[in-house]
Design a binder for this molecule. Structure first.
Ligand code: ADP
Ligand code: MG
Ligand code: MG
Length: 251
């Protein structure tokens, strides 16, 4: 589903290379965890996949279902099913969460050349998704993220993810300082939305999150490259021994 081949990318402003020949394949149905020390380029990778302009790709390809997405702008990528959960969710005073979700869904439909959702159809979908994810409907009437607890922000994010039905989900939880309840919300959401036609990348510092989300594959990102891949046992090995051994072997 996702194939990243020899990706090189730098910061547009000053030309510093952050991603340095990265290769990664994530199959349909797979949940892949990306771990690695702070400053390795994990968040940068997620921004590049979603099409943020602050970075320039200088070499390599990113194929989603066989199509190179690097030429597409962020809205076009979203229409193709790329979803990036934001590490620091924005607060939108005056816009009910419900309204925000409707706009997000209709923007995606417009980009796909599909008709706008009717209000009853929209409400039905939101209700179904909220029930599946055990989200209280009262939250949906409040302005998006304003005064939300960490857990509520995560619920809003997972709900958005469910409604946009992405083919590639990227969740970057590295620096967000999630408490255990919020981690569980993210994990339950990822597990509930696991599907044969979806690939999910979970970026995390913490083995702890992987106690709840069982990844199919685990990849270590260091200095802009994947230096080791394995199954969930690799995450346990990292928890026990840290990154030093793996970094030493890669060097
Ligand atoms: P990680 O998520 O693995 O902790 P990041 O992708 O956030 O790592 O950052 C990788 C490196 O790139 C860090 O040294 C960071 O300071 C630098 N970096 C990333 N984006 C920018 C940017 N827009 N401007 C300046 N430096 C950046
Ligand atoms: Mg970091
Ligand atoms: Mg990060």
């Amino acid at each position: 589903m996702l194939e990243i081949k020899n990706l090189h990318a730098r910061i547009a402003e000053d030309g510093t290379e952050i991603i340095r020949g990265l290769n990664l394949t994530v199959k349909a149905g797979e949940v892949a965890a990306i771990m690695g020390p702070n400053g390795s380029g994990k968040s940068t990778l997620s921004y590049i996949l979603s099409g943020r302009e602050d970075y320039e790709v200088t070499e390599g390809e990113v194929l989603l279902n066989g199509e190179n997405i690097l030429e597409l702008d962020p809205a076009e990528r979203a229409a193709k099913g790329v979803f990036l959960a934001f590490q620091y969710p924005v607060e939108i005073p005056g816009v009910a969460t419900m309204q925000f979700l409707k706009v997000a869904m209709n923007e995606q439909r417009k980009a796909r050349g599909e008709a706008e959702l009717t209000t009853p159809d929209f409400i039905r979908r939101v209700k179904e998704a909220a029930e599946q994810l055990k989200i209280d409907q009262a939250m949906l009437r409040r302005p998006l993220n304003v005064g939300f607890s960490g857990g509520e922000k995560k619920r809003a994010e997972i709900l958005q993810m469910a409604l946009l039905e992405p083919s590639l989900c990227i969740l970057d939880e590295t620096d967000s300082g999630l408490d255990i309840d919020a981690l569980k919300i993210v994990a339950d959401g990822v597990n509930a939305l696991k599907s044969p036609d979806r690939a999910t990348i979970v970026i995390t510092h913490y083995q702890r999150l992987l106690d709840y989300i069982v990844p199919d594959t685990v990849h270590v990102l260091y200095k802009g490259q994947i230096i080791r891949s394995g199954d969930k046992a690799l995450a346990l090995e990292l928890e026990a021994n840290g990154y030093a051994d793996i970094i030493g072997e890669a060097a």
